[in-house]
Design a protein around this ligand. Structure first.
Ligand code: PEP
Length: 248
């Protein structure tokens, strides 16, 4: 049985004061069987870490550099995230792939490094509108998965989380239909089965991300291969994120 995961990716939003205020509201939410995760900007993490200690809220980072320490100006290491009690780290979000130019190989290094340091990677995959129109969705996702997971043993693979995030649905208000999202999530589980066998593939959580809100979360959660959501815009509003979590 895979535990549902509702993950908020705050992106470059909410400074310290706003972060504290949102977390205070989320702490009032009654815990249920789903995991609630927030991924604030780095500068909010120390305060967030203190605030969520002993609560139902898990902490994650939006990114990391895949080295222990050293001359990497402006970067944050997995060990630093661990020190702040982060459990998760988002790897390969499409904004990092497309705006910062991160390659599949670099994302692979992050996934491996995160696991070595005891962090759970949330590996993002997804196609652009153009790739979808060309019928290349599966090809793109297969390539992203194969490279990011290259040589990963199944004991490690079974702990990771995969997020299917069609790029055309992120921040646009035009979510994928639940049926389309399920079709790709099913394809992803099939690829994981091919790489690791059914037992491992059945343990891996697959999230859908792309304009998820309280009004559509139930449609996604009703799908066999979708185990939660990676939520951007709607995770910035306490009432909306609470409603999403409660509907899971
Ligand atoms: C995201 O950034 O991962 C995302 C899915 O954003 P939004 O929910 O705003 O589409």
């Amino acid at each position: 049985m895979r535990q549902p995961l509702i993950a908020g990716n705050w992106k470059m939003n909410l400074g310290l004061k706003e972060a504290v205020s949102l977390i205070s509201e989320l702490k009032k939410v009654k815990p249920n069987k789903a995991e609630m995760l927030i991924c604030p900007p780095f500068v909010d993490l120390p305060a967030a870490s203190e605030m969520v200690q002993g609560t139902h809220i898990q902490l994650g980072a939006q990114n990391m550099y895949p080295e222990e320490k050293g001359a990497f100006t402006g970067e944050i290491s997995p060990a630093m995230l661990k020190e702040l009690h982060c459990r998760y780290v988002i790897c390969g979000h499409s904004e990092r792939r497309h705006i910062m130019g991160e390659s599949d190989e670099f994302i692979h290094r992050k996934v491996v490094s995160a696991l070595v340091h005891g962090l759970t990677p949330i590996l993002c995959t997804g196609e652009t509108a153009e790739q979808r129109n060309e019928g290349r969705t599966e090809e793109i996702i297969r390539e992203e998965l194969e490279t990011a997971l290259f040589n990963l043993p199944s004991e490690q693979a079974e702990t990771i989380v995969i997020a299917y995030e069609p790029i055309w649905a992120i921040g646009t208000g035009a979510a994928a239909t639940a049926v389309d999202a399920q079709a790709v999530a099913h394809f992803i589980r099939g690829e994981l089965t091919r790489l690791y066998g059914e037992t491992t593939a059945e343990k891996i959580r697959i999230l859908y991300g792309g304009s998820v809100k309280a009004a559509n979360i139930e449609d996604f959660m009703a799908q066999k291969d979708i185990d939660g959501g990676l939520i951007g815009g709607a995770s910035l509003k306490a009432a909306e994120f609470k409603e999403i979590y409660e509907k899971v």
